[in-house]
Ligand binder design. Structure first.
Ligand code: ADP
Ligand code: MG
Length: 235
C-alpha cells in the first residue's frame, strides 16, 4: 500500500511537470510559426527576411533542447534494469558529445582508475541521459574552451564517476538552486537537465554531489553500488 501511494504521488508530479513542459515547448514553436508566417509577406527586405529566419530557427532549437533534456525521463519505464558496464556506457556517448566539444574547443579525457571493469545495475538509456545532460552542462560552462575529464573508479563497493570541467563554475546561491525545475542561468537554457539527472540517479539508487568554484570549474560526482558482471566474467 505504501508503495502504491508513493507511485501515485510520483505520477502526479510527473503529470504536472509534463504540463509545464508542454507549455515551455509550445511557446518557442508559436514564435517560430509567427516568424514563418511573416516571412511569407511580399517585398521583405533581405535583412528582415534573414532576421525572421534566424528567430524561426531559434524557436525550433529551443523546443528541441527542452525535448532532448527531458526525453528519456518522460518515457514511462519501458526499460528493464540490467547489469551495465559503466565505462562502456560512457564510451558509447562520446560520438554524441564530441561535435559539441569540438565547437567550443573542449578536450575530452576519459580515465578509468580501477583494476577491472565497473558493473552496476541500471537502465542504460536513463544512465546515458544522465551523463549526456551532465556532459552538456560541462561543455556549456566552457564557451572559450577547456578540459572535460571523466573519471571512473571504485570506492567502498561503489562505482564513482566524476565529471569535471574547467569552466565558469557556480556561486553558492547557484549551487543551492540547481536541479530545481526551470532554474537556468543560460540565455537558451531549459533548466530541466539537472532535474532530470537527479531524479534518474535516484531511480537507479545512486547519489549525486556537486562541488564548484566560480571561475575555476565544477566537479560532479555520481555514486552507484557496484555489481557482479552479468555473465560471471572477471576481467
Ligand atoms: P540548463 O543547462 O538548460 O541551464 P540544467 O538543469 O542542465 O539547465 O542546469 C541548470 C543550471 O545549473 C545551469 O543553467 C547552470 O547555471 C548550472 N550548471 C549546471 N552544470 C554546470 C557546470 N558544469 N558548470 C557551471 N554551471 C553549471
Ligand atoms: Mg543543461
Amino acid at each position: 500500500l505504501h508503495e502504491e501511494l508513493y507511485n501515485a504521488e510520483k505520477y502526479q508530479i510527473m503529470g504536472q511537470l509534463a504540463a509545464a513542459i508542454s507549455h515551455e515547448v509550445r511557446n518557442p514553436l508559436t514564435m517560430t510559426s509567427g516568424f514563418l508566417q511573416m516571412m511569407g509577406k511580399e517585398s521583405l527586405h533581405p535583412e528582415t527576411l534573414e532576421r525572421y529566419r534566424k528567430h524561426a530557427i531559434e524557436g525550433v532549437d529551443q523546443a528541441t533542447s527542452i525535448i532532448s533534456d527531458y526525453l528519456n525521463y518522460a518515457k514511462p519505464a519501458v526499460e528493464e534494469a540490467r547489469t551495465i558496464d559503466v565505462d562502456e556506457e560512457i564510451a558509447s556517448l562520446t560520438p554524441w558529445i564530441a561535435p559539441l566539444a569540438a565547437m567550443s574547443d573542449v578536450e575530452i579525457q576519459l580515465h578509468h582508475q580501477a583494476d577491472s571493469s565497473l558493473y552496476m545495475t541500471g537502465e542504460p538509456k536513463k544512465f546515458q541521459q544522465c551523463l549526456l545532460n551532465l556532459m552538456k552542462n560541462a561543455i556549456e560552462a566552457m564557451p572559450d574552451g577547456g578540459k572535460l575529464t571523466i573519471t571512473t573508479r571504485t570506492e567502498n563497493e561503489h562505482a564513482v564517476i566524476t565529471i569535471a570541467d574547467t569552466g565558469v563554475g557556480m556561486s553558492k546561491m547557484q549551487l543551492k538552486r540547481i536541479g530545481m525545475p526551470f532554474f537556468t542561468t543560460k540565455e537558451k537554457g531549459t533548466g530541466l537537465g539537472l532535474m532530470v539527472v537527479v531524479s534518474l540517479v535516484h531511480v537507479m539508487g545512486g547519489r549525486i554531489v556537486f562541488s564548484s568554484k566560480r571561475g575555476r570549474g565544477t566537479v560532479c560526482e555520481l555514486r552507484f553500488r557496484l555489481n557482479e558482471p552479468a555473465d560471471g566474467r572477471t576481467d
